[in-house]
Design a protein around this ligand. Sequence first.
Ligand SMILES: Cc1ncc(COP(=O)(O)O)c(C=O)c1O
Length: 321
Amino acid sequence: MTSSDDPGTGSPAELGPRLPSPLCEVPDGRFERHGVRLLLKRDDLIHPELIGNKWRKLAPNLRRAAGRTVLTFGGAYSNHLRATAAAGRLLGLPTVGVVRGEELAGRPLNPSLARCAADGMRLHFVDRSVYRRKNEPETLAAVLRAADAEDAYVVPEGGSNSAAVRGCRALGAELAGHADVAAVACGTGGTLAGLAAGTGDGVRVLGVPVLRGGFLTDAIRELQTAAFGGPRGHWSLEERFHFGGYARTTPELEAFARDFEQRHGVPVERVYVAKLLRALVALAEEGAFARGSAVAAVITGRPFPEPHAGGPARRTPDPAP
Ligand SMILES: Cc1ncc(COP(=O)(O)O)c(C=O)c1O
């Protein structure tokens, strides 16, 4: 641990993550009546601010940044931007958030961006066409120049680079031998790519994309090839539960999430985790899981703002993670 007068640019391990994260069985008749056990993999309890897959993806990148400014990308409500900003504050690393939507620069910050700014993140707003092209080398170089962050360590949108994917392998390893099916919500697919590599072939890994589009299978293959040299694990995607797309919801999904919170006392993050849990209940009812099997749902996040701080986040749809 760094000394108390040192702002700290060391390893995230100094922050005392709770690893392995707890794995709890919860009694739920919707699974039990099909002879299936429901387990919750509480990655939301790893760290109070670097929550869930954010810890698993950011920790290896923060180590690689080795004290340099960390620059990353996100939409106006990005969980990833908030986690990066919090990590910067906790470890004494400067952070820059490149935010999609130049028009937002002239408006009051929403609660998510306000939290980023309060954690010391410098926000740099770019228009949507630049944002779309941010992975092209020339555009990225121009963005870094404009943000006055040319020497920064760059983490991609959603945090899913090879280091992050390899970081998520430990999640799979923690589940191996405890679950027959491991299920996770997918945005970029980076968490699933690492998880499936960590479980080995003995666990069936199920991804529930929260975006529409059907492009994720190829993206996950590419992430696994970049991180591990080829495909890994036994995984598939269940594409029916995006509820209209990223950050979209329906009254039925909202009621489902509230009911799940009341049944199990677990806060349900709405953009990703609610869709995952809804998918698992539907699949159990369809008989998709063998009798006697244990299904582990990875709880990758927590609602923002926290329910006690004004209720689950309500917002307009936002088209990408
Ligand atoms: C709470 C939560 N769950 C799941 C995901 C999906 O992760 P990935 O982009 O690795 O698929 C995200 C996005 O980062 C997230 O914020």
